[in-house]
Design a protein around this ligand. Sequence first.
Ligand code: GLA
Length: 739
Amino acid sequence: MKLSTSLHRKFTLFSKSLLFCICAYSFQSVKAQKTTIPVETKNTALVLQADKDNNLSIIYFGKKLNNSSEYGFVQSMYHQNTDYTGVAASPYTPAGSRNLFEPAIEVTHADGNNSLDLKFVNTNTEKISDDVALTSVVLKDPAYDFRVTLFYKTYFRENVIEQWSEIKNNEKGNVVLHKFASADLYLQGKTFYLKQYHGDWAQEMQPEEEQITHGIKTLDSKLGTRESLFQPPVFMVSINQPSNEDNGEVLLASVEWSGNYRTDLELDNKDNLRIISGINNYASDYPLQPNKTFTTAKFLYTLSNNGTGEASRQLQSWARNYRILDGNGGRLTLLNNWESTYFDFDEAKLKQLFSDTKKLGVDLFLLDDGWFGNKYPRNSDNAGLGDWQENKKKIPNGIASLVKDATAADVKFGIWIEPEMVNPKSELYEKHPDWVIKQPKRPEYYFRNQLELDLSNPKVQDFVFGVVDSLFIKSPNIAYIKWDCNSVIYNAYSAHEDNQSKLYVDYVEGLYNVLKRIRAKYPKVPMMLCSGGGDRVDYAALQYFTEYWPSDNTDPLERVFIQWEYSYFYPAIASANHVTDWGKQPLKYRVDVAMMGKLGFDIPVSKLDAKDLSFCQSAVKTYDSIKNVVWHGNQYRLQSPWKNDVASIMYVDSTASSAVVFNYLVNNRYNSGSKLPIVLRGLDATKKYRVREINLYPGTHSAIKQNEVYSGNFLMTVGLNPHADAYRTSVILKVEEAR
Ligand code: GLA
């Protein structure tokens, strides 16, 4: 035993030094034959290199170097264990040839062979704008006419990269894709920490962080839709230390796909971290016909050397500039009727709600679930989905007339739909059972008493598009849509598909086809992305939506934590936060928590007493005065709710002249409160700022000295105490440059 161990050690040492010599030699002597491909943003570089045999590897991923010619030296500084495969650092690891790790791509060729090798062919970088560039890298199997093109879209100022692949079959017959990831990253570091999320209904974005050990950790969804219900696709990897707001190297990432996704994080024999992410290949062998191309989902990431704060500001500004619909525009404040009426309303009640909307001072009334279905009226969640005709008893004069009434009350009108779904108790189900996803030989199994329509079928896509289109044709002044999706896919089977393993992928593509058609015809109308709460929040879906519903859990104490965690990945402008009657917190606390995103209400306004009503009315006006900073400013998470009595989050405008600081007590034990000053961020140290508390409840006075002037230097060194405690459970501070 001893002998063999020492022999093994000697052999390893020998092979290591041999390998080092080979590497060093090849770097010196065949330098000219190597192709180096730097994929760069302002601060980050992902550098690929093809060796003399056209094997492509990631040779560097990290903070951009000043001198790009030095990327070639990087690997000579690592004396790690042997790469027995030669493809461990591949940017798109193929299965079935030399690879010994989790692959990015796995195929069966037209002749039944399972092996794949991918050699570098050529590369091209195209400048799309001042900020955006697209690098493509073509790879080909030397033994088969099978190509993969890797795409890297860089957003220079935002330090964001989107990565995806196009897989092209030039063989004579079908190639079956068993795995078709978007990306394959390779990270080097001493230790890696994964922060991931899990959840369930009303428990979105529950974080867990742990050091990554050897082997594979998989984050995934097999739910078909509602991909974030149990495990949202967003995650972060911190290098050499657990995640920290202000320092350390951290990668924030997510696959952009509104269905089954899969991310594998594999710590290999060299202690390097491989991250392979894309559409989940679960039950999804995909046949690719000759001359056809399969485009994978995109994988999105940003890297920062200054902690999660900077990383999420990068991602948030990318989302506002490039992804979320109208990300730099405005949003509508609203009154929703879900929690105050549920399914029980009629025209008279709704008219009352229109005038309540006006009384409150918000922009729009949002009519929620329950307005449709006649043979099977939608009076509870067990009937009517699919039958998108106005219920004659509740709204005999139709939506068009409601829109007119709302307009007469001087408010806009929005409406809830869930067009991908069907209740078995519906006329749609009776007419088109073949449009429903269900196993022909098995009993139906329901999620919230409903089933999915088969969006892989173009006729179903037309139907779903038609639900939205006919609403607008009949009532062109509808100003807002809440698009819900309350069911997962059970019993995945399509009467339309010739090959069942295409269903999960084709469903999502079908959904995007519909959303694309809606946006082509109605490019601007604001739409909220809802999925029984926040179970479809992802950056592929968000390109069609202006905002998302984070959770049905609107208990404000819970929301502080939920909104805090979403904020690592998504900007405040997209977070629809409604004030409801959930939770035990005072109205002021509920309103203050909703204000750190896009404010809405879902309370019975007519039941508010005079003081509460007047507080809400002035809160809407106060919100108008700070919303631009919240929606478009830079966000700083100052104090975490997980570790402090008081959570604190701040938004600063782009000129550092105006800011808002939200503070929430999250601990109700004796004497808890903000004992120490909270250090502000993002201001200009050389400027002077006037600080005052806003959104006070009628009859109360601020415990802080109003309108005191401090230097930015003081506020960012010593800080400010919001005086949050059991008597002042939430405090909003406005910080304005004193000129
Ligand atoms: C889902 C949504 C809620 C509400 C109901 C209506 O649960 O998340 O906000 O719209 O559906 O049925």
